[in-house]
Write a protein that binds this ligand. Structure first.
Ligand code: A2P
Length: 276
């Protein structure tokens, strides 16, 4: 019995340090955008590679020292020195209830494998790239709108972001204004990037669900762009499950086919990762 009580305690300590030494990064910056939303930056080890738009498993050790991991889209572009993530704070969420309290110098586990369908290679060549986001679904697009390849492949890049209120749009607004004056991609972004923020529950210049704005034609009229067609338009969708279904259905109705890494198409879709 004596040994039995001693060994787990020793193992626990060892497990914790192993987790942190293997796949972890140091927290460098944290920004709390609202009571429910925050972004953070981590150091990036030299051999950490990803394609813009992909996600990684990241997290913290739990009480037992086991890794508690969730899928997070990398919000920084592939060329950035640091790794950026954008997160909701879920009340009583096993990971985010603790992750929201990280401070500079803390360690966060970042597993090396990255995957995802919101990548440029999963789309056939086209003229207009639509990035349709709700809530934290903007994260993979934060990476893609800072990737020079995005502007090489498309004449116009439209980022729509719909949130309940204007405070929830702040991260995106800041992201876009930083992108427009970025030394690497600012000039191309000024020429090609169109930002279309909308709110559904608070007054703002453009109101409504993105699906309603598509259906009414207001989205296309506001931007002086044609409705979706398979010759020109490529669409990436990232939001709640229902948002993804509803926008996917509109893409299919317009004759667009869904793509994947193995079989590029006209649109791709991924659920925004939120802890339950
Ligand atoms: P709404 O306020 O009308 O529900 P959430 O905060 O629930 O993640 O939602 C983020 C944004 O996405 C909200 O503005 C919400 O609008 C909108 N939204 C949620 N589901 C859909 C959907 N199926 N189609 C279009 N917009 C949606």
């Amino acid at each position: 019995m004596g040994l039995g009580t001693t060994f787990p305690a020793v193992n626990k300590t060892r497990a914790k340090s192993d987790i942190f030494s293997a796949d972890s990064e140091l927290v460098t910056h944290i920004t709390h955008w609202t009571d429910d939303l925050f972004s953070f930056k981590l150091t990036r080890r030299d051999n950490f590679r990803f394609r813009s738009g992909e996600f990684a498993m990241i997290g913290l050790p739990d009480e037992q020292g086991k890794p508690l991991l969730r899928a997070y889209s990398v919000a920084s572009p592939y060329w950035a020195e640091e790794l950026e993530f954008y997160s909701i704070k879920v009340k009583d969420g096993p990971l985010t209830s603790r992750l929201q309290h990280i401070v500079a110098g803390d360690r966060v586990i970042v597993k090396p494998k990255t995957v995802g369908t919101l990548v440029l290679d999963a789309l056939l060549p086209g003229k207009v790239l639509w990035l349709i986001a709700t809530g934290t679904g903007i994260a993979p697009f934060a990476s893609l709108i800072r990737d020079p390849d995005t502007y090489e492949r498309y004449e116009t890049v439209v980022l729509t972001h719909t949130c309940r209120d204007t405070a929830q749009l702040e991260y995106g607004k800041h992201l876009v204004s930083q992108t427009l004056c970025d030394p690497l991609i600012g000039d191309e972004a000024v020429e090609k990037l169109v930002y279309y923020p909308t709110t559904t529950r608070e007054l703002s210049p453009t109101m409504g669900r993105i699906t309603s704005l598509m259906d009414s034609g207001k989205l296309f009229a506001d931007l002086s762009l044609d409705t979706f067609n398979s010759d020109n338009d490529r669409v990436m969708i990232c939001g709640s499950l229902q948002l993804n279904i509803d926008v996917s259905n509109r893409c299919k109705a317009a004759g667009l086919t869904e793509g994947s890494n193995n079989s590029p198409g006209h649109f791709v879709v991924e659920k925004a990762f939120t802890e339950k």
